[in-house]
Design a protein around this ligand. Structure first.
Ligand code: NAG
Ligand code: NAG
Ligand code: NAG
Ligand code: NAG
Ligand code: NAG
Ligand code: NAG
Length: 663
């Protein structure tokens, strides 16, 4: 016993030391070793020559810094010791927040290492001679909100990863370059980039149709697509944005302009397009007008077997009432809220991003079963207009108290976060059947990624696993931090979808609240069998944020160890992961518990944040709920202990196929 305690103690001491001393001073290193040489190209640059360790950090040009504790480094006071401090650049708690070198005669290229500046908020490199392409890694600089690269000589296409910044982005300007190709759409089809106000793609060589996804950016104030090579119609929905400035001139747009309202925009906004472009403020359209482009005739596609189930549930309602228009659906929503306040009558409730759905759409969709669980079935369903949705049909008998049920559903319908799959609509049938309608994402779940070996699957190195874990943690922290906090209630790798950029998205959150206890208990028993159940949990209704943290801890161990969690697995397939780690620590074989694939390219597990992650996971799985960290704390620790070598994140094409390694 005594020996064990000594060993355990040393285990914690090692972790503690590793945890407190590992903090990369890497922003400075990145600036000197990668960013400076890349930006200046082949010629020495006057301003960049100030980035030199023999110059005090405060005098490095164009940079703003912040300490880890959130305090800004103030360099304005020339009498302060910081202004002349020659050792400041070694301070590991300094991070770059702003890089501003406009009109600085830069003649090089944008370095991919910009993506590693995780606290960088603004990047202003306008009016320089930068050439080459916009590196895909820029989209991984997770704090970037203002990007100004106008007036350079950038070429190539815009990387899709730029929309990784969607949530935070306020301003994105790349006016006056030589960028080409069509504009990539965000990975999430209904991304609204809610903070985005300024978008300037003007004077480039972009082509293709009007980028429709922009019409969903509902905070947009200024949009410039002028002087490009866009063609086709201008979508009707553009007029719904509250744009203050718009420039569509000098493209090849055609067809009927949307109705922006009298005298909102002048002729100059639309001049220089295809002569067929018409409608106010341009000339009137000749012939029969009013044909809104893209209107699709409703065609009933034969129901496939799987969806007949859904259809038969809905058909009674559908035959009774036919409601089509969005405003009527709005009314329905009110009706449900005010009068019935419950789940008695069959109703379709629409949430943000699901406004286009009608009951007919859902009814006429063709579907296939994706997954069956004890409490419901998930379908992938194709809509007549070509869109795809995911339908989750919950078994009858959930939601005994109608009022609270709908309150919870409405709360779930408001949740929007990049790491959570949004609920777009909800249907409650007369007999208590429930249909939850989500975005369909064609991604693999984390369980498959971790445990199923298949050719073509991406290598899951530490950088990628860390990104996945951080995404999940952020999603959970968001749920727990809401004004009315939501407990996920069913955290497990099967409920995490991972896209090709290793962005993780959680599904199934908050469902325990709408189940009757018997159904909820079934979820708990599955969670128990799968090893995610917190020891203090007896019934699902006692689920709380701390039990989510426990399940996250197990999930993080699963990510680190590459083994399926569970107790008393029959074929040795499932393992009590916390127990395994404890034994490894006692036997001083901690390094051996990590998944081999994860250790690839790792030289020092302490520096890479691996050991800290293991410690964090064990903390989350603490048997006593009160000592577990909050999800906010988990996010903070994961952010502080990032893997150093994140380059592998940036090559999504790297797969296991050619490696020939026995993982
Ligand atoms: C840094 O500045 C010193 C002194 O001005 C100079 O000798 C040295 O070459 C500079 N180093 C770099 C990497 O520019
Ligand atoms: C933040 O950290 C810096 C450097 O470590 C220190 O000088 C400063 O006083 C700290 N500020 C606060 C508010 O703790
Ligand atoms: C800009 O850089 C070029 C070399 O690329 C140099 O010849 C020129 O003098 C620089 N101009 C200024 C204003 O520094
Ligand atoms: C629109 O953009 C073009 C090309 O960038 C510019 O010449 C024109 O002045 C702009 N028009 C408006 C109304 O902003
Ligand atoms: C513009 O796009 C058309 C096809 O839509 C293409 O034929 C033409 O070459 C493009 N023009 C420029 C200047 O890129
Ligand atoms: C403009 O678009 C039309 C089709 O709408 C196409 O026939 C024409 O070639 C395009 N013109 C240019 C200059 O790209």
């Amino acid at each position: 016993m005594a020996l064990q305690r000594v060993l355990l103690l040393s285990f914690y001491i090692v972790f503690f030391i590793a945890f407190t001393t590992t903090s990369a001073a890497s922003d400075v290193q990145l600036l000197l070793q990668n960013i400076k040489p890349s930006l200046q190209g082949n010629t020495d640059n006057l301003l960049l020559s100030s980035w030199n360790i023999s110059v005090p950090l405060c005098q490095w040009r164009g940079l703003k810094w912040v300490f880890t504790n959130g305090t800004s480094l103030l360099c304005s006071d020339l009498s302060s010791p910081q202004w002349t401090s020659l050792s400041l650049y070694r301070n590991p708690s300094l991070h770059l927040v702003s890089l501003q070198l406009p009109s600085a005669n830069l003649s090089g290229t944008l370095p991919r290492e910009l993506g590693e500046l995780s606290t960088l908020q603004s990047l202003y490199l306008g009016v320089n001679g930068l050439h080459g392409s916009i590196p895909l890694e820029l989209g991984y600089s997770s704090s970037l909100s203002d990007i100004e690269l106008s007036g350079n000589s950038l070429t190539g296409t815009l990387p899709t990863s730029i929309w990784n910044l969607c949530e935070k982005m306020v301003s994105f300007k790349i006016h006056g370059n030589s960028l080409s190709g069509s504009l990539p759409s965000p990975a999430l089809p209904d991304a609204t980039c809610k903070n985005l106000q300024f978008l300037d793609f003007g004077q480039n060589r972009f082509s293709g149709d009007f980028p429709l996804f922009i019409t969903r950016f509902n905070g947009l104030k200024e949009l410039d697509l002028g002087d490009n090579n866009f063609s086709g119609p201008v979508p009707e929905t553009l007029a719904a944005l509250k744009l203050e400035k718009l420039n569509l001139s000098h493209n090849n747009f055609s067809g009927v302009l949307p109705n922006f309202g009298e005298s909102k925009f002048g002729v100059d906004v639309f001049e220089g397009n295809n002569p067929t472009l018409c409608g106010h403020p341009l000339g009137p359209c000749s012939g029969s007008s009013g044909m809104s482009p893209g209107a699709i005739a409703g065609i009933v596609i034969g129901l496939m077997a799987a969806l007949v189930v859904v259809a038969s549930l809905l058909i009674g309602y559908f035959q009774g009432k036919k409601k089509r228009h969005a405003d009527e659906e709005e009314e329905e929503f009110e009706e449900v809220e005010d009068e019935e306040a419950g789940c008695g009558e069959g109703k379709l409730i629409l949430f943000q991003g699901g406004e286009h759905l009608t009951l007919e759409d859902v009814l006429n969709a063709t579907g296939q079963v994706m997954e069956k669980t004890s409490y419901g079935t998930i379908y992938k369903a194709k809509l007549a207009d070509g869109g795809t949705i995911a339908l989750r049909l919950l078994r009858e008998g959930s939601c005994k108290d109608g009022g609270t049920c709908l309150t919870v559903i409405r709360q779930l319908g408001r949740v929007r976060h990049e790491n959570l799959i949004p609920l777009r609509a909800f249907y409650q049938g007369k007999r208590g059947e429930k249909l939850l309608i989500y975005d369909y994402l064609p991604n693999r779940n984390l369980h498959e990624l971790l445990h199923e070996s298949r050719v073509g699957k991406p290598v899951l190195n530490w950088a990628r696993r860390h990104k996945i874990a951080l995404g999940i943690a952020r999603g959970l922290a968001h749920l727990h931090g809401l004004e009315t906090p939501i407990t996920h209630g069913n955290v497990r790798t099967k409920n995490v979808l991972v896209d090709e950029f290793f962005v993780a998205r959680l599904t199934e959150f908050g469902l325990d609240k709408i189940m009757i206890p018997a159904v909820a208990d079934e979820i708990v028993s599955v969670a128990k069998a799968e090893g995610y159940k917190a020891p203090e949990l007896q019934r699902m209704k006692k689920c709380n944020s701390r039990s989510d943290v426990y399940a996250f801890g197990i999930l993080l161990l699963e990510i680190l160890l590459g083994k399926k969690p569970g107790k008393n697995g029959r074929n040795g397939d499932n393992v009590d992961l916390p127990a395994l780690v404890k034994v490894a620590v006692l036997e001083e074989t901690t390094m051996e518990v990590f998944d081999m694939e994860l250790l690839k390219g790792i030289r020092n597990p302490m520096e890479e944040g691996l050991v800290q992650a293991l410690r964090l996971a064990m903390g989350c799985c603490a048997p006593v709920a009160t000592v577990r960290p909050s999800m906010d704390e988990v996010v903070r620790q994961l952010e502080e202990n990032r893997p150093r070598n994140r380059s592998a994140l940036y090559s999504p094409a790297e797969t296991r196929s050619g490696s020939g390694t026995p993982f």
